[in-house]
Design a binder for this molecule. Structure first.
Ligand code: 4NP
Length: 161
């Protein structure tokens, strides 16, 4: 377990974007047969939806795209999470500001935005407001593909060498 790469996806409510990223990335590493190398979770920066399951629009999109998911309860990121996780990955600039407000300065360079791992770094809009879960899904796929590529090229390859 110690050698696992620990990833925490973070958004404002932990009912739309970050659980979608959690289950999409879990599905990607499962499909590659490398899921044992990872601990993948998600959390909110706000208390707003704590205890609530994934938003129905996010669930519908995951079902449509054949991404397995489980029932869950939204949680809020804690200051202790900074030490535990290797990567703390927000969806937009506001998430990054709020994460830093909760965990403090990013002294170990663990905090980034999901689409920083893509060729076109940008925010992922909140579907809670836009209602566009297809766009959210596509953005998250783009970010998760970039993240997996980054990990395969940097960390996993180094560990094997
Ligand atoms: P998420 O979307 O950050 O992608 O989970 C939101 C869900 C709920 C709220 C805000 C954003 N809310 O304010 O309750």
């Amino acid at each position: 377990m110690d050698k696992c790469i620990k990833i925490l996806f973070v958004c404002l409510g932990n009912i739309c974007r970050s659980p979608m990223a959690e289950f999409i990335f879990k599905n990607m590493v499962n499909n590659k047969g490398i899921s044992n190398n990872f601990i993948i979770k998600s959390a909110a920066t706000s208390y707003e939806e704590v205890g609530n399951d994934i938003h129905y629009g996010a669930k519908e999109k995951l079902i449509q795209k054949n991404i397995p998911f489980t029932q869950r309860k939204a949680i809020r990121i804690t200051p202790e999470d900074y030490k535990y996780y290797d990567f703390i990955i927000g969806m937009d600039e506001a998430n990054i500001r709020n994460i830093k407000r909760i965990v403090g300065e990013d002294v170990n360079n663990k905090i980034s935005k999901l689409l920083d791992f893509s060729n076109n770094p940008r925010d992922i809009d909140d579907p809670w407001y836009t209602g566009n879960f297809e766009l959210t899904y596509n953005d998250i796929i783009e970010g998760c593909n970039g993240l997996l590529k980054y990990l395969e090229e940097s960390i996993i390859v180094k560990n094997i060498d």
